[in-house]
Design a protein around this ligand. Structure first.
Ligand code: TRP
Length: 526
């Protein structure tokens, strides 16, 4: 195949795209929510260790792999570790696809909330003054009223459709459209965040929140769930285990400095995360609002409630906040769409437009399932919303297990397959920062060991349903009787079949390269 692979126009464009993928909802709301949940400053130590011991090395590995193989994740993994590698690669992409489905649903809700904030005075709708438009008898804390009233209608479906259309548009010409989008969105994200942080810390009492966030409570360090939280947060926030970073790096010239790129991307991401923490904690403390741990509530009622209380410009801040969430989320979701489409194209040489249309429609249908409004089932636990219940259940598998499994397997496949020293030598050829032997030790032994311990603990510590991100009470949502009580099992099967089953089929399918190889062996083609 003589067709040349697309390339980023500049290193800067690549850094914007990779950091745009990394910076998303994870940075703006999940990080502050986790930091609060795990004891403010105490979260930092496990978090830093996770960053330097696991995050940055795996980022270097994923970048190196993409540039070395010049292929997106599944085929790059095949080059590194044969068929087992390819299988793991497809598993990663499909698992990430499930995350993307509900990630887009959340973005659809963001669009809905932005619409509410545009149409109504925020001091009414985010302060718990709204009357719920629907069924009485639901025990919902007041500030949440607007959110629950909205998601219990069909309206968010329009939001979800809108977000999928944007995704399709921004990925339509691959690196070209992605680079154009991130050049606008990523700087805009930083700008909006800087405005929020200035607002937060200049509120009287705002600095108390900052000192809470940065003052360590060392007591929680012995708690394994804090370490687990830090590790999962790291994978998610850096977009590792999604196959995304490998796909993006495959569009770089081989001679780039991949270690430097990995450091820059990781530090930009974490820098954004810290200032987001400062912005949100200062505002909530100044306005004496408890930053509750659940991430969805953070995003949809706690921060909006804080914004509504701002002395000036609350309306503009509310709209700005939801706009920030939307663009930050979009620059993340497009990276997965690109990783998936690139993987299908690399393997089957399909047309981009058709592949994108196919997955766009499938994606919309999937996200629409998570946006399903309240079904009329009083048994459906506390939130009464079918989509949200499904989301909690899927998040539990794809996030708490899927990402860590991918991280574990990818280190093993590369470490012991072709050998991490091969990727290391490749990276070292053009890198100012020299990766020593320690890199192999991390990839082959230490990181897999850490991830395996966490996974085992997850399983052993009672495989009771209860996701990490705001879904710790999944079991409360699921009714005891009726068909709906089998939802946890159904979702587990959908996830297992959707990832393992499809990964198996895709690995077995003959790719174009293999067909070429057979043809040329038989004296056909070239
Ligand atoms: N890193 C993103 C965040 O912090 C999450 C993410 C990465 C993601 N890649 C993605 C979400 C692809 C959906 C699809 O929010």
């Amino acid at each position: 195949m003589s067709e040349t692979r697309a390339q980023w126009k500049s290193k800067f464009g690549f850094i914007l795209a990779a950091s745009g993928s990394a910076i998303g909802l994870g940075n703006i709301v999940f990080f502050p929510a986790n930091a609060y949940k795990y004891g403010g400053g105490a979260f930092y130590l496990p978090y830093f260790i996770a960053l330097f011991l696991v995050g940055i090395p795996v980022m270097i590995l994923e970048f190196g792999l993409g540039a070395w193989a010049k292929k997106s994740f599944p085929l790059a993994m095949r080059q590194a570790g044969g068929k087992a590698g390819e299988f793991a690669g497809w598993f990663a992409i499909l698992n990430a696809a499930f995350i993307t489905l509900y990630y887009v649903t959340i973005l659809g809700w963001v669009v809905g909330m932005a619409g509410e904030a545009l149409a109504n005075p925020v001091n009414e709708i985010f302060m718990g003054k709204t009357k719920l438009a629907w069924g009485a008898g639901m025990q919902i804390p007041n500030p949440a009223g607007t959110f629950f009233a909205m998601i219990s209608t069909w309206l968010p479906m329009a939001g979800v459709l809108f977000v999928w259309l944007l995704n399709g548009l921004l990925v339509s010409k691959g690196t070209k459209t992605i680079e154009a989008a991130v050049k606008i969105f990523v700087p805009l994200m930083w700008l909006t965040m800087i405005i929020l942080i200035v607002r937060g810390v200049t509120l009287p009492g705002g600095m108390d929140g900052v000192s809470y966030l940065f003052s360590p409570d060392l007591n929680v360090l012995g708690r394994m769930d804090v370490w687990k939280g830090a590790m999962s947060q790291m994978f998610f926030t850096l977009s590792l285990g999604f196959g995304v970073m490998t796909a993006y790096a495959s569009y770089l010239p081989k001679k780039s400095d991949h270690s430097h790129n990995a450091f820059t991307t990781s530090l930009l991401n974490c820098g954004f995360e810290w200032i987001a923490g400062v912005a949100i904690f200062s505002m909530l403390f100044a306005l004496s609002i408890q930053p509750k741990a659940s991430t969805l509530s953070m995003m949809f009622f706690i921060v909006p409630q804080g914004i509504a209380k701002l002395p000036m410009g609350a309306q503009a801040f509310a709209i700005g906040f939801f706009f920030l969430l939307l663009i930050a989320g979009l620059t993340s979701s497009i990276s997965l769409v690109e990783a998936l489409v690139a993987a299908m194209q690399d393997k089957f040489k399909l047309s981009r437009a058709k592949t994108l249309a196919f997955f766009g429609i499938l994606g919309f249908l999937g996200s629409a399932a998570f946006a399903l409004p309240k079904v009329i089932d009083p048994g459906l636990g506390s939130n009464g919303t079918l989509g949200l219940t499904l989301l909690d259940l899927m998040d539990h598998w794809a996030f708490s297990y899927g990402l860590l499994i991918v991280g574990l397997v990818e280190c093993l496949v590369i470490g012991w397959g072709i050998g991490s020293h091969r990727i290391r030598d490749f990276i070292n050829q053009n890198s100012k920062f020299h990766l020593g032997r320690w890199f192999d030790v991390l990839i082959k032994f230490l990181i897999p060991l850490l991830l395996a311990v966490i996974l085992l603990m997850n399983i052993v510590q009672g495989e009771v349903l209860g996701g990490l991100y705001g879904s710790s009470a999944v079991t409360n949502y699921v009714p005891k009787g009726g068909i709906l009580s089998s939802l946890p099992v159904i979702i587990l099967f959908v996830w297992l079949l959707g990832t393992l089953g499809l990964a198996f089929l895709l690995t077995r399918a003959k790719g174009v390269d293999e067909v070429d190889a057979v043809c040329s062996e038989e004296g056909g083609m070239q």
